[in-house]
Design a protein around this ligand. Sequence first.
Ligand code: PFF
Length: 448
Amino acid sequence: MSAPRGQFSSNLGFLMAAAGSAVGLGNIWGFPTNVAANGGAAFVIFYLVMAFLLAYPVLMAELTLGRHARRNMVQALRGIATGPVSKGVGTIAGFSGIVVASLILSFYAIVAGWMVAHLADPFAQLFGAGHTAEWLTGDSVSRNFTFTAIFSGLTMLIIASGVEKGIERWSTLLMPTLIILLLLLIVYVLTQPGAIKGLEAYLIPDFSKLSPQLLLSAMGQAFFSLSLGVGTMLIYGSYLSKQESLPRLGALVTLIDVGIAFTAGLLILPAMYVAQEAGTQIYSASGDLIAGPGLILQVLPALFDTMGTSGLFVAMAFFALMVIASLTSSISMLEVPVAFSIENLGLQRRPATLLMGLVIFAISSVIIFNFESLFGLVVSISTEYGQPLLGVVLCIFAGWIFRKDQLLSELKEGHPHIERTLFWKIWPWYVRIVCPLLILAAFVQTII
Ligand code: PFF
């Protein structure tokens, strides 16, 4: 017999966990980087449109299917299937969700490991351990392996403690800490010379950069940021009580996610221009703002170095922020294969966490030892192909295969008058027709 299912103890607990999953490196690193590379506020506007018009409806599909089934994605999709074909598709999609979530975690843990190493660096400097500090910020295989292991271990510890004592407790503690750190850092950076130039670059749109590519990046960013397609939100929805209103909670999660991404932009872009003022190069040879790893791992550390001892504390706060953001997201990814092992393979939570955590760590290790050839490939397969395609399948299941009366009775739980709302008038056909078509159109563009 499998262990009893966990459940979030309150609506706040769910909100912190789901927002914690959504808010991660994608918000604090990915979003500002995309903004820097794609015409400032022009990208911000596209992103807001994509988040509310495309990502929110798909998030609702995941939450509704999950809470209805009270099971992982494989079981949830199989459960509502009406014939052998939909059962087969549901099974394949459910398993693909588990594989894609695991692949995302395998590269995410490496990047998060860099953040842990950079968090340890100012401590090493404070204690005068120069060699250690060099190793911590150098890009060696041994450093990457060690810190991916540490980060994966932390993720496993939280997941092994279960839904309420692990996921909910840690998310409820870490999310407010993240917001406080973010606000403190913004206040500090905005008082430094050069910051206003960064605000201008962020908030004044450069529409000359608009292109179909921009729309695609905005869609990819929104899907990644809301953790969609891989069953993370579905499984969190399955731990949610029937007394909560799904459309309202989903909208809150989307608002928090978008709000924190926007707020992170108020930190990162001004910080880049402060770094420029302090003598750091912030434009690449091609004349674009430095984005990608160079931004977080070189430009910002160079800025902290110019600040003397106070720079050490600013670095600690910044990388603590990054580690917290990563951890509340990584636990949601690990929960996907773990929930499957508990519910379908009958394992207890602890052995399931150990098994799945180690398998994913083994994949991370293979990537670390073959970084040049594998890292970009795994990112692209999982986030550019896996997430959008699985998003389409989830829309089809919520919109075509799930019967409308079942859909209505699920949504009525916690929201008895849902029939009278704009949400009920729009969302069912929107998720049935508009979402899959839009995602597919964008996806075909990517391939071409
Ligand atoms: N939403 C996370 C971020 O923005 O960093 C990344 C993520 C978490 C993607 C969970 C997918 C997932 F299942």
